[in-house]
Design a protein around this ligand. Structure first.
Ligand SMILES: [Zn+2]
Ligand SMILES: [Zn+2]
Length: 321
């Protein structure tokens, strides 16, 4: 949206089609994708699908293609917001997404630092204005996205297909064979990974030239949680250790990626410093999420290796972007 008054105007337009516009952060609007995109165009609003692959309310949960959703307005769609359970490698398996800019946005469902800004984008712009960011999303005048940052997709709540009640994970074949019914009797929700595989045009991701690198980050509080042997990041101990590091280094990115590990060691406990080092060396393992439950991380000595992630080799310094 170009400005807040445009948001108000847009809201007035769609009000007749929504019962929960004022009460829900993700309101239901009884309009087609094409109708919404057409209104967006009238208001000079950029439009694209958000958390595109999740099994609830996402474009690929209900549509087979962009055109199937946006009809004649498909060309006006300029971006796709990937959502927590997907990254550029997932989305670039789908050919129709190649021309779009990928956004990795955080929603502000919760103000806790473990949730807020866990995903973000870096753009090349002359100013932090709508026009400059719009140009970056449309990739014109030299403006462009230069980095997507997000959780490893396996950490997302709907990464693998899993039961929404007991969280048993299933392969796509097995879920189909069971007609999406878990042995406990409840429903199996199709995971983002499987939805992408179904829809994929390519076996391996094929990135277009304009696609920026994707940096996988695990929220610092989650790493601290594991290092101090607790079960949730919402405890006093974790918060105290998190604040101690933040007050020394100002932000999570510096701590996770850029700061000298010896400086970190001097600031925090040996276990936390080792855990941060393990993340940097891609030795933190992730047990994938599914069925509405987030994935969890394990530090190396716990030896529950499923997926090993961290910054990619060439991404040693965030300031390089
Ligand atoms: Zn959201
Ligand atoms: Zn179950």
């Amino acid at each position: 949206f170009p400005c807040f008054s445009a948001i108000e105007d847009f809201k007035e337009k769609i009000k007749p089609y929504s019962k929960n516009l004022e009460t829900d952060g993700r309101p239901n609007v009884d309009l087609s994708g094409e109708e919404i995109a057409s209104l967006a165009k009238d208001f000079d609003v950029l439009v694209g699908p958000a958390h595109a692959f999740t099994p609830y309310t996402a474009i690929y949960a209900y549509h087979s293609s962009l055109t199937d959703c946006y009809g004649d307005l498909t060309d006006y769609v300029s971006f796709v917001e990937l959502g927590l359970s997907a990254d550029s490698d997932y989305a670039d398996k789908i050919q129709e997404l190649h021309r779009l800019t990928f956004l990795t946005n955080s929603d502000c469902h919760s103000p806790h630092p473990v949730r807020l800004a866990r995903e973000f984008n870096r753009f090349e712009v002359n100013d932090a204005t709508f026009d400059e960011i719009k140009k970056a999303i449309l990739r014109i005048g030299g403006n462009k996205p230069v980095l997507n940052v997000g959780l490893p997709p396996q950490e997302g709540k709907y990464n693998e297909s899993a039961c929404i009640s007991c969280y048993t994970h299933y392969s796509l074949e097995e879920a189909i064979r069971r007609r999406w019914k878990c042995s406990c009797g409840k429903r199996i929700k199709k995971g983002v990974r499987d939805r992408v595989e179904e829809r994929a045009n390519f076996r391996e991701p094929e990135h277009p030239d304009h696609r920026p690198p994707y940096l996988h980050l695990i929220p610092l509080a989650e790493i601290i949680t594991k290092a101090v042997g607790q079960h949730t990041p919402f405890t006093k101990t974790v918060t105290r250790r998190w604040e101690e590091l933040i007050s020394a280094f100002e932000n999570e990115i510096t701590i996770l990626i850029d700061a000298d590990i010896n400086d970190i060691t001097r600031t925090t406990t040996p276990a936390i410093a080792e855990a941060i080092q393990a993340f940097r060396e891609k030795k933190v393992c992730i047990i994938p999420g599914g069925g509405g439950k987030y994935g969890t991380i394990e530090l190396p000595e716990e030896k529950v290796l499923t997926v090993s992630l961290g910054p990619q080799d060439h991404q040693t310094n965030l300031l390089d972007y």
